[in-house]
Design a protein around this ligand. Structure first.
Ligand SMILES: [Zn+2]
Length: 352
């Protein structure tokens, strides 16, 4: 039996049904008029169905990724004509449900959870789940219809771009070099995120550099050597780079949580030596964090912090999404408070 720690009751939730957009509320619209943003953020919360903080935290992080969500809107001309359109539409329903009463939000979230459960039965019960696995499943669902969408787009005389491939996925080149004869072998890996060991460094960018730098691996070469070095470089870089800090490891058949403090910086630089054919380093900005609060994978609570898109002039204002409760938190406080609980980090590539 999994247990989710109780979350704070949101006093506003009872009055959601009376909230609607009206002329007195300032509305700011971003590219293509999606996100109906207002000066208030209290309506942005998502109610917990029953231990579904893993879903709420993952979805709030994805909703923070403007370009990814914009791409889903942009491709509607294709997916809107396909039976799989429900998968895409359900994500947009979550984007657009902020002024709906609580019971409608619950229906929207329940429908989406059922869609994910239909794709992967791991999510069919009401137990607490790994938010990372849920997010990967959402990406898999969107990617699963890619070839059919591309066929459909040809028939419609247009082009289809899978939102996950356009913004999230990337390729790594893993290079193994024999310590004896120096011979190299390479393989290309398709990735959605990178999983970083926390023991490598005390900062997120340090963990990434250690991952890329690699280390020694056992390999029997024709030259007789049994040792090789292995490193990785980016073949392509995504618009959104997702890093998973490996907080959960298995020891003696038990999953153990690593609570080590990891320094989180607002920016991340990928040095050009780790990018294939790059002429300069690539810069990323941290836009969202999913954190795991509590002692273990099956006993805890997920929350999400994300840059406050309503304050577009300032990246210092962030919002903390704790199911129904949304509060404004200065970025520096988020970076400090989440140093022992940050689990998923979402970085957006900066414009060159
Ligand atoms: Zn060799």
């Amino acid at each position: 039996m999994s247990v989710c720690l109780p979350t704070t009751y949101n006093q506003l939730s009872g009055s959601f049904s009376t909230i609607s957009l009206n002329d007195s509320q300032e509305t700011l619209c971003i590219s293509e008029g999606h996100f109906p943003l207002t000066t208030s953020f209290t309506h942005l919360g998502l109610p917990n169905l029953l231990f579904t903080c893993y879903m709420n935290a993952a979805m709030q992080a994805l909703l923070t990724l403007e370009k990814f969500i914009d791409e889903i809107y942009r491709q509607k001309r294709v997916w809107g004509q396909h039976p799989c359109s429900v998968h895409f539409q359900q994500i947009l329903n979550i984007v657009n449900c902020q002024f709906e009463p609580d019971f409608k939000k619950k229906n929207i979230l329940s429908d989406f959870k059922q869609t994910v459960a239909d794709f992967n039965k791991e999510f069919s019960d009401d137990d607490q789940k790994d938010t990372h696995e849920f997010m990967i499943c959402v990406f898999d669902i969107l990617r699963s219809s890619k070839s059919e969408m591309q066929d459909l787009s040809s028939a419609l005389n247009t082009l289809y771009s899978c939102p996950v491939d356009a913004h999230i996925s990337f390729q790594m080149i893993n290079i193994r070099t024999c310590s004896g004869c120096g011979s190299e072998s390479k393989n290309i890996e398709d990735c959605i995120c990178l999983i970083l060991k926390l023991t490598a460094s005390d900062s997120a960018d340090g963990c990434l550099r250690e991952y890329l730098k690699g280390g020694c691996v056992e390999f029997s070469c024709n030259c007789g050597s049994h040792e090789s070095s292995q490193k990785a470089i980016f073949k392509s870089l995504p618009n959104v780079l997702i890093l998973q800090l490996q907080r959960f490891t298995t020891q003696d058949n038990n999953t153990v949580k690593e609570k080590r403090a990891i320094y989180l910086a607002p920016n991340l630089e990928i040095p050009k030596k780790f990018c294939n054919n790059a002429t300069k380093s690539v810069q990323y900005s941290l836009v969202s964090i999913v954190s795991h609060l509590g002692p273990s994978l099956n006993y805890g609570h997920y929350i999400c912090d994300g840059v406050n898109r309503q304050r577009r002039q300032s990246s210092e204002s962030w919002l903390t999404y704790d199911d129904n409760v949304v509060t404004e938190t200065p970025m520096q406080d988020v970076l400090y408070q989440r140093r022992t609980s940050a689990y998923l980090l979402f970085y957006e590539r900066e414009k060159c």
